[in-house]
Design a protein around this ligand. Structure first.
Ligand code: FES
Length: 72
């Protein structure tokens, strides 16, 4: 899966949430392994990095109950 940025001047911000998802803000599109765009549900995308979400690639909050921790 790739995250494609918009125009080079568009600010894109990716925030590592402690013990949680990656928050992606800005003009980006999410593309699946088949090359098709993955519809964003919100202007800020929360991407799962614990691996337990039922709505991957998006975070569904499961990280809060499965004990997922990060070093950052
Ligand atoms: S990071 Fe939230 S469900 Fe995986």
């Amino acid at each position: 899966m790739t995250v494609a940025a918009g125009a080079p001047t568009d600010p894109v911000e990716i925030t590592l949430c402690p013990d949680g998802p990656l928050l992606v803000r800005g003009n980006v599109s999410l593309v699946g392994p088949d090359g098709e765009p993955v519809p964003a549900r919100r202007s800020t995308m929360a991407l799962c990095r614990c691996g337990a979400s039922a709505i991957k690639p998006f975070c569904d909050g499961t990280h809060k109950v499965n004990g997922f921790t990060t070093a950052d």
